[in-house]
Each structure stands twice: as structure tokens, then as C-alpha cells.
Write a protein that binds this ligand. Structure first.
Ligand code: PRT
Ligand code: MG
Length: 212
């Protein structure tokens, strides 16, 4: 049995065509089904539906053989025990620093001000500001980072941006680009060795189907 860990929403949607190329079709839709283990057209392949940030944990521990996770999530997790053979080029976005429209970020940085940074991505934020030599107080959040500067919880946020619509709707502006983000295929290192006959062809078919 090959177990593939996916999160609902954009990763599931954008992974479907890649799985289809490997001859794998889920028999249920996670948006309407309450099942967390979804059968596929192949008796030897099943999907498990987990939170996006939990995908690396399931794969690292061998509870799933394969998973799909954003580089943002993998960077925070650390990637231990994970083989990352393919950038799938899906669920693309940018990791950005953003502030209120009326906040003068450049001056704050020039003056050496200590910045309060709210984010879910503490590793990315710490690394980014350390490389700039900017001192920060990190405020760990689990979602809706865009709210933090609006109510005075932070000066700055580090968050993902795709269309930019969320920033605009909340009178925020992006002031720095940290990295480009897309999702990667991750594989349990032991599973790759023990189940190579089954996993190898799936990886090969997916790699052929990646849209650049
Ligand atoms: O939702 P949950 O808390 O379970 O976890 P999650 O938010 O990590 O999962 P999900 O499914 O929303 O995102 C999965 C992956 O998609 C992330 O790990 C990213 O790699 C990738 N991705 C691509 C994004 C976005 N684009 C994105 N726009 N993840 C989140 N966003 C959010 C962003 O945080 C911000 O709040 O969308 C908002 C901005 O979008 P725009 O279009 O308004 O700019
Ligand atoms: Mg989300």
C-alpha cells in the first residue's frame, strides 16, 4: 500500500492532475466527504487528508509514504527524514514582509528600530531579519496575520501573498520579498528504499507531468 498525504483546498486541487498522470484518481472528494482516508481507483494507493502544516510530520514518521507540502511549511518543519525529489510548481505564492499603508518601514529599519513581527513562519522571519541585522520581537500566530498590524499587535507581518487581494483589502502593503514559494513532493526516506518498485513509477509519472 502507498499512502499519500495531502491537505484540502489548493494543494489537493492542484495535485489532482499530477496524480492523474500517474494513473491515480481519488474515489471521493475531501470537500464533501468527511472521511480522512480516501480510497483511489488503485487498490494499492490511498490518500490521507491532513492539515497543510502536518504533512511533513506524517511523512517523516512513515504514517504516509509520500506527501505534498509548501516550501513555507517544509522550511518551518526543517525537512528531517524527508526526501524532496520534486518541486511540483503548484500552489505558488511569495513570502513577503508587509506593513500598514501608513507605516514607514524604510525609516524604521534605517533608524535601527526594534520591530514587532507577527507571523506563523517564525523560522523564515527570524532568518530574514537576522540576515538584515534587524532586531525583532517575534509574535507567533496561527492565522489571520493581516489583522495584527491593524489592531496594534505588531508593526510588521511575514505572510504569504498570491493575488495581493488580502493585503489591499486590509490597507496593508508588501515592503519586502523574502522568497518564492511552491509545493514540493516529499517522500519518506525508508519507504523509498523499501517500496521502490511501487513508489518509483509514481514519482516518474508525476515528474513528467509537472508544468513549468
Ligand atoms: O488553512 P490551514 O491553517 O489548515 O493551513 P494553510 O493555510 O497552511 O493551508 P492552505 O491549504 O491554505 O495552504 C497550503 C499551502 O498553499 C501553503 O503552505 C502555501 O505553500 C500555499 N499557498 C499558496 C498559500 C497561498 N498561496 C496563499 N495565498 N497559502 C496561504 N495563502 C494565504 C495567505 O496566508 C494570505 O492569508 O492567502 C492569503 C493571501 O492571498 P491573496 O491571494 O489575497 O494574496
Ligand atoms: Mg489557509
Amino acid at each position: 500500500m502507498i499512502t499519500i498525504a495531502l491537505s484540502k483546498g489548493r494543494i489537493f486541487e492542484e495535485t489532482l492532475p499530477l496524480l492523474a498522470a500517474a494513473g491515480i484518481t481519488p474515489l471521493e472528494d475531501p470537500e464533501s466527504s468527511r472521511k480522512l482516508i480516501l480510497p483511489t481507483n488503485r487498490d494499492d494507493v490511498r490518500l490521507i487528508i491532513v492539515r497543510a502544516s502536518d504533512v511533513p510530520t506524517y511523512v517523516q514518521n512513515g504514517a504516509a509514504d509520500i506527501g505534498v507540502a509548501g516550501k513555507d511549511v517544509l522550511n518551518e518543519h526543517g525537512g528531517m527524514g524527508l526526501y524532496q525529489p520534486l518541486d511540483l510548481n503548484i500552489a505558488r505564492c511569495r513570502m513577503m514582509v508587509a506593513v500598514r499603508n501608513d507605516f514607514d518601514y524604510e525609516s524604521a529599519v534605517k533608524q535601527g528600530a526594534r520591530l514587532r513581527v507577527a507571523t506563523k513562519y517564525v523560522t523564515a522571519a527570524r532568518d530574514h531579519f537576522a540576515s538584515k541585522g534587524v532586531h525583532i520581537d517575534l509574535i507567533k500566530l496561527y492565522g489571520s496575520m493581516e489583522l495584527a498590524p491593524l489592531v496594534g499587535l505588531s508593526d510588521v507581518i511575514v505572510d504569504l501573498v498570491s493575488s495581493g487581494g488580502t493585503l489591499r483589502a486590509n490597507d496593508l502593503k508588501a515592503v519586502e520579498h523574502i522568497s518564492d514559494v511552491s509545493s514540493r513532493l516529499v517522500v519518506n526516506q525508508a519507504a523509498l528504499k523499501l517500496k521502490r518498485a511501487a513508489i518509483g513509477p509514481v514519482l516518474e509519472a508525476i515528474s513528467q507531468a509537472i508544468v513549468q
